[in-house]
Design a protein around this ligand. Structure first.
Ligand SMILES: [Zn+2]
Ligand SMILES: [Zn+2]
Length: 387
């Protein structure tokens, strides 16, 4: 792998895809050329795709080749991947989300955004330094974890869709994590989705091209109590995920490693949705409770047709994924963090018991599934008892 003539320093928390887009912009070429020249493609010609799993994990050959070509250390490249986040984030941790290979971690795992991302328009615009003015700010790794729903710095909910075409940001329609790999007309902060009405669908002539740093869907005004509640939850979760954050935290009334806490959070979210409105009294504001009423209704509507489908039933599935919408995510995490914040195991058990009972009646299979040792922490298993 020959080193590129010039490279870039990765920005804090930048994804591999974001880095490739900025580097292509800097070198005045296409992302396909960068993928090719950094060894992330296999065949002799220019690649048409960057595999979805490459944003999560690179094997040693790809990692060292990419590092050499971009003048970075292997550790810097590793820091752009999602897999290392699993040290703190249970849904990406093999102990709580068993998979055969590291690359498979992202498959059928709704707790990591693989085919799109959330984003904060002002963060994407950059922080005003010369290099960010020229090539844009970072597409952040943490935006790929659904537990991040709000930018604390800019005090706004993260966006998820392009305000012009309505497609999810960085949507991977095919099996490529960067769409339109050979398009040299798009800046890193532009929407790469196909322009509406253009045909044929597989090879659309034009990209939407909306500037995602400028065009922002009008963020519905949140009342100040709701915003304060959501900021508090996001600060707490962001603090736990931050590199150099605490080793352990409290879950269900006892100390656990941080990764265990996020595993418990995932299970608690499923319990909240499957037993709604059992946890409704824990909502921080009446607005957040109403948001969850609507979210629950849409999940029930998704689950309904599955009840009448023959074969292997997946009726729990609509209840176990985090919401797509940032506001609904914040709303359910506000309740989940509150339930897990018990002062001691007794209190944890007390607050969990109504949900546990209701879940057992409503969905025996899900209640067994959620309580496996390979899914939740030991204190959480104590709190949810003999389920
Ligand atoms: Zn921001
Ligand atoms: Zn668009």
């Amino acid at each position: 792998m020959r080193p590129l003539p010039r490279s870039l320093d990765p920005l804090p928390d930048e994804t591999l895809t974001g880095f490739v887009l900025r580097l292509a912009h800097r070198l005045g070429t296409t992302p396909a050329e960068i993928v090719h020249r950094t060894g992330l493609s296999s065949g002799p010609g220019l690649p048409t795709r960057l595999p979805l799993s490459f944003q999560h994990h690179l094997d040693d050959v790809h990692l060292t080749g990419f590092a050499r070509a971009t003048h970075l250390s292997p550790a810097e490249v590793n820091g752009m991947l999602l897999a290392p986040l699993g040290q703190r984030y249970g849904p990406l941790n093999p102990a709580f989300t068993p998979r055969n290979t590291p690359a498979r971690m992202i498959y059928d795992n709704p707790w990591v955004l693989t085919r799109s991302t959330r984003y904060c328009p002002p963060c994407l615009a950059g922080n005003g330094t010369a290099v960010q003015d020229r090539h844009g700010g970072p597409w952040k790794r943490l935006w790929r974890l659904p537990v991040n729903f709000l930018c604390v710095r800019h005090q706004r909910l993260l966006a998820h869709r392009c305000p012009r075409c309505g497609e999810p940001a960085q949507a991977a329609r095919t099996t490529s994590v960067i769409a339109r790999l050979s398009d040299d007309a798009l800046d890193p902060w532009q929407c790469r989705s196909a322009e509406a009405r253009s045909a044929p669908a597989e090879h659309p002539a034009h990209a939407c091209g909306a500037d995602l740093t400028r065009e922002s869907a009008p963020a519905g005004e949140l009342d100040s109590a709701t915003m304060a509640a959501l900021v508090q939850v996001q600060r707490h979760l962001a603090g736990l995920l931050a590199a150099g954050g605490p080793e352990s935290t409290t879950s269900a009334g006892a100390p656990v490693p941080v990764a265990h806490y996020f595993a418990d959070l995932r299970a608690t979210v499923a319990m909240i949705f499957r037993t709604w409105p059992e946890a409704r009294p824990y909502a921080g504001t009446s607005f957040l409770a109403a948001v969850l009423d609507a979210e629950h209704a849409s999940r029930t509507a998704q689950a309904q047709p599955l009840l009448n489908t023959a074969g292997k039933k997946k009726t729990s599935k609509p209840y176990t994924a985090p919401p797509t919408d940032s506001l609904a995510t914040g709303a359910v995490l506000q309740i989940a963090t509150r339930l897990l914040r018990a002062a001691d195991p007794c209190e944890a058990r007390e607050s969990m018991t109504p949900l546990v009972h209701r879940l057992r009646d409503a969905d025996r299979a899900l209640s067994v599934y959620l309580c496996r040792a390979a899914w939740i922490s030991t204190p959480m298993r104590t709190a949810v008892g003999d389920c």
